[in-house]
Design a protein around this ligand. Structure first.
Ligand SMILES: [Zn+2]
Length: 268
């Protein structure tokens, strides 16, 4: 069986010895050895908190700037037409760049962390391309959706300004509150997604070469875990869930995936 990602790679004896441990030569059924779940959970939590905090800080600054600009556009009788249409295109592009770069680095970091634990040689460039492809396909589309929600919120707030007789301050406070909630949601949800997709970038490259890893859904196992995620905890892909289900399973989902390599003892 071909197991190396790098097409030009010719395994030296040392690699062959590792591979012998990974895939049983007699073709017997592969066995699974669980990751030390507790140890890995702590490590994942620390790493994720850092990434979330970093992204949240950037998003806070982004939404603050966006709201300041909107407040600057609004006249004494604020109207939707006060805000130039081009403004929405600009904020969309800005968010694409700021958050896209951060999510790309989360995905790569995640891929690297899994890759560094594998007894396999793989082509980093291909993994990198997959991570980039994910950002391009997913995030740039998602930004359109987020910008659309922001527009809608501004429109709704303007309606409320007249219909509910909000003060100018109350109008601006609404927008600030929206930004705060969105920043938190995007940071948590998208770090979850980018980490899972980062690991999958490696997993998919290995699959091309005939090495199949098994994906397992992991939760924090605390009181915040919802029923959807709780039911999936510790279950392999295909056992009640598929990649299209996440993680994230929902907004603010903090789950992640672990990958098992059949026949390799991670505890060694
Ligand atoms: Zn979850």
């Amino acid at each position: 069986m071909k197991v190396y990602l790098d097409k030009n790679f010719s395994p030296v004896d040392e690699d062959k010895a590792v591979m012998a441990k990974v895939i049983p030569e007699d073709g017997s059924a592969p066995y699974f050895v669980a990751v030390k779940k507790e140890a890995k959970s702590i490590e994942v939590k620390d790493w994720r908190t850092d990434a979330e905090t970093r992204l949240k800080r950037k998003l806070d600054a982004f939404f603050k700037k966006m709201n300041d600009r909107i407040a600057g556009f609004l006249s004494t009788s604020p109207a939707w037409s006060d805000i130039p249409e081009a403004f929405w295109g600009e904020v969309g592009l800005e968010m694409q760049d700021i958050v896209g770069a951060e999510l790309y680095s989360v995905a790569l970091n995640s891929a690297q962390r899994l890759g560094s634990q594998l007894p396999l040689t793989y082509n980093w460039e291909l993994v990198n391309n997959r991570a980039l492809e994910f950002i391009n396909n997913y995030w740039y589309r998602e930004v359109g959706y987020i910008t659309g929600t922001s527009r809608q919120t501004v429109q709704d707030s303007l309606t409320a300004f007249y219909e509910q007789g909000l003060t100018r301050q109350e109008l601006e406070d609404r927008l600030v509150k929206f930004g705060d909630i969105r920043a938190e949601q995007i940071a948590v949800t998208e770090v979850t997604r980018a980490s899972a997709e980062g690991e999958r970038a490696i997993v998919d490259e290995l699959a091309v070469e005939g090495v199949t890893m098994v994906e397992v859904w992991m939760t924090n196992e605390d009181e915040k875990v919802c029923d959807i995620c709780g039911d999936r905890d510790g279950k392999e892909e295909g056992d009640g869930w598929g990649r299209e289900d996440g993680p994230p399973a929902h907004v603010n989902c903090r789950c992640w995936v672990n990958h098992y390599l059949p026949g390799y003892d991670w505890t060694q």
